[in-house]
Design a protein around this ligand. Sequence first.
Ligand code: ZN
Length: 143
Amino acid sequence: MVYLFCGILSGAILAAICIPLFRRDDTLESTIIEETEWDLLQRKKDVVLGNIQDLDFEYKCGKLSEEDYQKIRGEMSAEAAVVFQEIDSIESSKDLDALIRREVSARKNKTKTGSPTAVCPSCRAQNSPTNKFCAECGAKLKH
Ligand SMILES: [Zn+2]
């Protein structure tokens, strides 16, 4: 009876962990296309916290001895602390912003090389095709 209760409860917790995880991944992937270090850390954090939760459960269900529980719990907490620290250092150093900016500019550059540019006949500078005069030397651009 106790085991059945634990089974149901762990299923519910698993769902509670997984559902917001998938939702957040959707929005994250629309912002950053490639997997980033921050992204990986978030996943790692979810795994570590999930493990701790599972462990707490097993302990409550009587599957673990007090000694084993304290030992493993300590190790897991240390692991979680490292992940939290890494996430915190990335977030506080605004690396995430830099990361997004880099991704965005990478995408911009990709479209830029694909679009036509008006090359200045006098200084060879690349101008926007909408420019009538060269932004570098002021020479008239041919269209
Ligand atoms: Zn020019």
